[in-house]
Design a protein around this ligand. Structure first.
Ligand code: FE2
Length: 259
């Protein structure tokens, strides 16, 4: 599929016809100077992400937050983080049913919460509201739960970094957006969109007629959105590009569910 024209109408049309849509990097470009200042502040904030303690190899870093969105007045309220004394950190809990991520068998995972600066960032608020308006709801629910993940895969020479789960899957949340935040000195990180029945399979084991699309995000804020009922998705591991000792790929995921 070609990249959508970034308009809400084009994205809705692609989601309705194909179950997914792609946007180019201009989608997340705000018109006001204030918004772009906030965007730069957000990008600066992704450079010291804490380790994802559930990462088996220890090369995945992330933060997570959950908002309640009142779609009638566009009010976003963060769900309060929980203090985790053992970790000495504020965390937000995340659970995916085992049918969606068998690597964690339905266990609750605690991720470091978004920072105060991230959860009150004007650009993030604007992007959450912009993305929700592009979804083809037949009737937009009044109360929507919005999950926001910042995830960095950090590869070192000889040690690639993989997303979880490392196979085609659905997430369980009805709508998921993904935006590239940074891609530095890595190879890989190719996205695959496939038919729903390809879940739990690696794309190399799926016949071509069941692969819907394959592409690699290269520019900051290039992205995609999926209807979880209609397609499965996957991103391949990243490895360090030739001649470098370390590289990383950081993404922003925004998920929407009816409360
Ligand atoms: Fe996913």
């Amino acid at each position: 599929m070609a990249i959508s024209k970034n308009s809400a109408a084009a994205i809705r049309a692609d989601l309705k016809s194909a179950g997914y849509a792609r946007v180019n990097s201009l989608f997340a470009t705000g018109r006001s100077r204030k918004l772009m200042v906030a965007r730069r502040a957000f990008i600066r904030s992704i450079h010291d992400l804490p380790i994802d303690t559930h990462s088996l190899i220890g090369n995945r870093y992330r933060r997570y937050g959950v908002f309640d969105l009142n779609s009638q007045n566009n009010k976003l309220t963060i769900q309060p983080p929980v203090w985790n004394a053992a970790r000495g950190d504020w965390v937000t809990r995340y659970r995916q049913d085992a049918q969606y991520n068998s690597e964690y068998e339905g266990k609750v995972r605690s991720f470091s919460s978004l920072t105060e600066g991230q959860r009150t960032n004007q650009f993030i608020t604007w992007l959450i509201l912009k993305c929700v308006r592009c979804l083809p709801w037949s009737k937009i629910p009044k109360s929507i739960v919005v999950g926001v993940h910042i995830i960095q895969l950090c590869a070192r020479y000889g040690t690639p970094a993989a997303s979880t789960p490392d196979f085609l899957h659905r997430d369980g949340e009805p709508w998921t957006w993904a935006f590239l935040l940074e891609r530095v000195a890595v190879e890989g990180g190719q996205n695959t969109i496939a038919v729903p029945s390809a879940i739990n399979m690696h794309p190399r084991d799926v016949s071509d007629d069941r692969i819907v699309d394959q592409f690699t995000l290269r520019k900051r804020f290039e992205g995609w959105v999926v209807n979880d009922q209609r397609v499965s998705h996957y991103v391949s591991p990243v490895s360090v590009a030739g001649g470098r000792s370390i590289g990383w790929r950081t993404v922003l995921l925004i998920e929407y569910s009816k409360a």
